[in-house]
Design a protein around this ligand. Structure first.
Ligand code: SF4
Length: 226
């Protein structure tokens, strides 16, 4: 658990000067299901990871350097879902690296969550060429993997980061500005939408809104009503 001092330091790093909520909770970790064969809907972690690494369900397998499965705590309370790997992620095999990843880390640390305590995944496991948006076909082809990851993690809260993740998860074309600031449901799991850190780097004036989104998510995890 962070000290108040540390939390404020992370907020300062984000360029946000606000009061920090003290509430943090240690919910009981959800059980991890055992591994089976068959489709993603029944796989355990090892089989799922292997299936993604070998996947050719869409044409993105032709141009990827490697798949980007996801990273973090398989029993996480918080699940962070972004769009798709970029060039650096494709090279390193890890989601949210580089400047945007660093900002995401700072945002999460500000609410007491380290990169290793959450689980971070993307809508797509392979990089779209030139960082274009995922197509509907690609998102649909990759969705069973993400759904299985969510089922295995059983998070208490999902944070959809950025327009593509929010629109794909909620199956809407509404802009992030309309989707953030409220609590959605993905099945039984509460879902909060916030801006992508790459966008926040370009538009730092929006950081305060993102901070409110994270506070709302933290409040839900603390048993509040946001
Ligand atoms: S993006 Fe998803 S569905 Fe497409 S090849 Fe990669 S892992 Fe398979």
């Amino acid at each position: 658990m962070q000290s108040e001092h540390e939390r404020r330091a992370y907020l300062r790093a984000m360029g946000i000067d606000v009061w920090v909520p003290r509430d943090q909770v240690d919910d009981e970790p959800a059980p991890v299901e055992t591994e089976t064969q068959a489709g993603p809907g029944e796989m355990g972690w090892d089989a799922l990871r292997a299936a993604v690494a070998a996947c050719e369900r869409c044409t993105l397998h032709e141009s990827r350097t490697q798949t980007v499965f996801g990273v973090g705590n398989p029993d996480a309370d918080w699940m962070i879902i972004g769009e798709a790997p970029g060039a650096e992620e494709d090279r390193r095999g890890e989601p949210f690296v580089g400047r945007a990843g660093k900002l995401l880390d700072e945002m999460l640390l500000a609410v007491g969550q380290g990169r290793n305590s959450v689980f971070i995944a993307n809508i797509l496991k392979c990089r779209p060429p030139n960082n274009r948006d995922p197509s509907q076909d690609e998102a649909a082809a990759c969705r069973p993997y993400l759904e299985r990851q969510i089922a295995l993690v059983q998070p208490g809260i999902i944070l959809a980061v950025g327009r593509v993740a929010a629109q794909q998860l909620l199956q809407t074309d509404a802009p992030v500005g309309r989707l953030r600031g409220k609590v959605h449901q993905l099945g039984a799991t509460p879902l909060v939408v916030t801006y992508h850190p790459a966008y926040l780097l370009r538009s730092p004036s929006q950081k305060r809104k993102s901070w409110h989104d994270l506070c709302m998510a933290a409040s839900i995890m603390a048993g509040g009503t946001a």
